[in-house]
Ligand binder design. Sequence first.
Ligand code: 1PR
Length: 550
Amino acid sequence: MPTAHLLDYVAGNVRSLVNAIEKVGYTVEWVKSPADVPAAEKLIIPGVGHFGHCLGQLERAGYLEPIREHVKAGKPLMGICVGLQALFEGSEEDEKVKGLGLIPSRLRKFQDTHKSVPHIGWNSANTSRAGQVTDESLYGLRPDSKYYYVHSYAALYTEGELEKDGWAVATARYGDEEFVGAVAKDNVFATQFHPEKSGAAGLRVLKAFLDGNKSQKLPGKPSAEAVQEGLTRRVIACLDVRTNDQGDLVVTKGDQYDVREKDGVSTGGEVRNLGKPVEMAKKYYEQGADEVTFLNITSFRNSPVADTPMLEILRRTSESVFVPLTIGGGIRDTVDTDGTNISALDIATMYFKSGADKVSIGSDAVTAAEEYYARGSKLDGKTAIETISAAYGNQAVVVSVDPKRVYVSSPDATSHHTIKTKTPGPAGEEYCWYQCTIKGGREVRDFDVRQLVIAVEAMGTGEILLNCIDKDGTNSGFDLELINDVKAAIKIPVIASSGAGNPAHFEDVFAKTTTDAALGAGMFHRGEYTVKQVKDHLQKTGQLVRQYEE
Ligand code: 1PR
């Protein structure tokens, strides 16, 4: 097999990139020191997270000059995400650190007044400009394909600026800002999106670069609808995984977090077994799921370090599922069975090395947020959220929230932040607050969801997975009031979860809230609807979605 050289210089999930490179027919050779660069032919610079952190590492390790030499020698170079940003002079994210300077321009932060930042999800990389539709594809990029982005800083696009220096540019639009999705000139190619996480569309781009196939004919003229610009509505499939009574790891699903079968009299039956995790993840990928989330829901009882089956599930899933994978459950400082202390960062590292792109933190985030306020809203730098986001970037940290409604007759009846609800409580109470729980809903805290999300955003969380125990497994639709309330409090993206029972519920949550993504579990696992049916429905009702590509 031919070889691709991959620069090994910064923490991140490179496993999925290795899997993707292998999938398109290349073997990976690691470039582990600047001295290895001259021997590389097709060199890929990955990168995710903080510009200053990545470029600082590259500079300190002495990579910048050998990379410039590689480019001068006319050898192929591909940058991915921060690897694209590295081509620029610098970034607002860290003014002190310099980029390679191949492009005389700087990166800027997206405006967050009317949209969530980071920009997370599927968007275009389109080389056609108004009035000049091309039938040529740049490195396999297609105007009707969508690619997976995750970044807060971007090269904002001004028509003609890069082109005058000979760069071909593919762009995407986020809100009212147009930015560079990919650039190419001579032997250099870079994508702001992650091709390794962009399904078949991304693999095609990676293959075109490695094959040296810069220009290809597009397969046909796409419809105007298919080339619509902007961030698509993300639909996520969630798999709650646990050991059943026979000791097998199964996908299960609870009703308000109770995962045991009910026989009409008692609720203490067998753990619901809805299928095998790897097979189900692959099925949802092929139905067009934009992301797959695994929640290891028994981890609070077992040491996750010994929990090797979850690592194996990630390894196997990431070999065939080329969309982002999130893993939650048991991400916190812990003591292993042999008494060794293991940090949350070590646990996250194991998951990232096995193919995860994000870790989701539940119980530990609540404790950390309570302590944050107890310190007078001060960071301590040692929490799981802070240590993991410092090492892997904010985008790698999701906080999973498990709230329960508490009804009150008036806002004065509690010190917590309340909302006026359209679904009054059992005694007709018109107000409620959302109480945080830990340990899978088993323990309630005197702490509300608004306090939690504000604190974890300050600590460096990249995204909120917003469950709702009252709605979980009810098939009655999402808790729109909760979602709107959380969205109003923070800038980071929110994934709405709990209650999805049919495609119209997804239409509702996207139409009536500003949620960034929506997640379903039971309706998919029970085979009542496919992810594709949800997306087709969203498309019919005027929402922008990504469709699965073969
Ligand atoms: O606290 O960091 O160890 O994380 C534990 C994680 O496991 C948390 O993310 C918590 O939400 C999850 N979890 C714990 N116990 C359960 C349980 O069900 N007994 N599942 C559980 C949470 C909720 C959703 C579910 C949606 C959609 N599952 O992810 O998939 O509610 O369901 P639906 O569409 O069928 O309504 P830690």
